[in-house]
Ligand binder design. Sequence first.
Ligand code: TYD
Length: 136
Amino acid sequence: MNLELCRTIELPKIDDPRGSLTFVEGRNHVPFDIARVYYLYDVPGGAERGGHAHKGLHQLIVAMSGSFDVVLDDGYEKKRFHLNRSYYGLYVCPMIWRELDNFSSGSVCMVLASNRYDEADYYRDYNDFLHAKGVA
Ligand code: TYD
């Protein structure tokens, strides 16, 4: 239930002999206004991130460098996405449990988010999340 709303989005890519350029506009390339940017880096081999869901937050996850996997779970089904290009982003709608793993060495994960950080927006317990989805 709503995993089908999550999808990879191909971002604009301006090729140039001097290097490539990609940009993201809120409510144009992503279906939300961008209020926050954060990034994960210096991730040690074998580490896992995520392990939570958001009640109302929309996000776009981009592999700015290197690669990693994102497993999305709406309580009914799971899907694994491999991100390895900085001109593709994974759109994650609210109420999706996510795990990030398989980080390559030196990888950088950038996240564009629809709101500022708010711990009250998190489900950090998987059973609480399933309960909220009406599964458990
Ligand atoms: P968390 O969202 O659990 O990280 P991840 O999903 O990448 O594993 O956040 C880790 C810590 O960082 C937690 O204590 C909250 C804090 N944090 C902020 O203060 N601001 C932010 O924008 C984010 C994303 C996290």
